[in-house]
Design a protein around this ligand. Sequence first.
Ligand code: BEZ
Ligand code: MG
Length: 579
Amino acid sequence: MPREIPPEQRDSYVLRLYDQLLEIEQRLIPTGLHVFGRVQSHRDLAALLRAVASFDRPEMGVRSLPGLVAEGLGYPDYRLLLRESANSEECTRQREHVEDLVRQSVRLFLDGGCDAGPPAALLAQGAGVPVTDSRAIFSFLAGLVDGLSRNQEVESLVAALRGDYVPPGPGADVVQNPEILPTGRNTYAVNPYAIPSFGACRKSETIVSSMLQRYLSERGRCPETIGMVLWGMDNIKTQGEGVAQALLLMGAEPRRDSLNRVTGTDVIPLERLGRPRIDVVMTVSGIFRDLFGTSIEVLDGAVRSAAALDEPLEMNFIRKHVLQRQGAGASFADAATRLFSNAAGNYGTNVNFMVSDSQWERADELGDLFITRKCFAYGRGLEGSASRELMEQALSRVELTYQNVDSTEVGITDVDHYFEYLGGMTRAVESQSGRRPQVYLSDSLAAAPRIRALDEVVRLETRTKTLNPKWYEGMLEHGYRGVAEIEHHVSNTFGWSATTGAVDEWVYQEIADRYLLDTAMLERLRSMNPHSTRGLAARLIEAQGRGFWKPANEVMDRLFEVVGALEDEIEREGTGGGP
Ligand code: BEZ
Ligand code: MG
């Protein structure tokens, strides 16, 4: 951001800034860990209810609360208000009016013991929302509050150990699918033949067009090749959003039989597609490979069908690249290989372990490890044949790496898996192509799904979680484990620096300020978990050593002092760790 903003741009700058503040303010923040068998306390139940209420759920006969309010007030569609609020003051005003009414009504609902009457009356009066519509959504929310108040996890576990029947229930994110409540049921996943669902395909249209639009605005053209990460759990939770996005990028749509099973794909004609077919290189997790054998064959079939189409090369990048490889002597099968995973029976990239154990000197070692672990080809009946050269070839063309993110609870700094996969792939692309690709993530759980660049997501997660008192105070209530979670966040953030360089220096500085240079906070962390506190300080020192930030000398001196004191303490106590 420029320091000096020309006067004529000031208003739009402030509006964009305000939009970002709204986004940070409204993001759902997990406040603490789940304790098995215990009802989750929801410090901010109202925020959770607002998030759940922000989606149309036609299958349950409810409409989105902000959608109803915007409609009642005669405003444009709420999703449009969200999309346009960074560009238009009028939209920001309308959006805030809608959100204010939604907030008031949810508050009234909770204060009144989950009675749908008062909030429905408020919205009828204040926004002309038909009472039948608002009653439907508030009754639905009452069911959700009831589900949240019950927990049969211990009873179910004991029943399962006895060999008794445990009633089944779906597994997903509560915002995505409130039917997961009450917890403690025998979680079932998904029918892999139904992947991708109609809903996932519908949603992929918005995400894919935003992704291509964003790349176009940044690079002035369509990306020819996208590197995509596909995970098993995520495609279960979203009924195959990732699969749907990959197919749509290639200009393919699922073909279904009379039982709705996806048996293959049909080509979307270029006239309807309105853009080139994008080449997609897919790295799938071991779990995805094990669960979604059918989807792997469907995706592979889509690549091969597209490669065989007689279309202009500038409108079909899959064909263009396959022909190039064939021209260099490759077989069609090799030239069209796009799905890579671990060797059969193997899981993970190990990039996370290499980073957390500081076992690397140059960043290209991380990309190299990623390829070593993931270079086994699948599709066309292959059961994972070692194909390092094919993967290197495919990655060398990638201009954009991407992963669909479907939960705010588990984000890119909560676990080390996002940086091991998306970060590892990005680093491998950089080694193979000699360029750092653009890196995007989607926020598919937002009321208006959107695409963000990796550095934006790192900033957002840093602001809303790692440096947010609401998040870390929730964690610190868990004592030893909570400090470990904070340390993991810092290590995972570091993992993004290691693989992609997408972390601003202020992130490390503010982490140091917040947790280690503040003596009261340092004392709290140390008293609960000296091991993780030492790890946190050591990671910041490592970040400096690797050039990820350049703190003042006094800061480094202090960090060394903290690490030294903690090491002495740990040695004196002679504890191997643990609470
Ligand atoms: C998966 O669901 O595929 C997955 C889960 C954890 C880490 C990586 C992948
Ligand atoms: Mg996930």
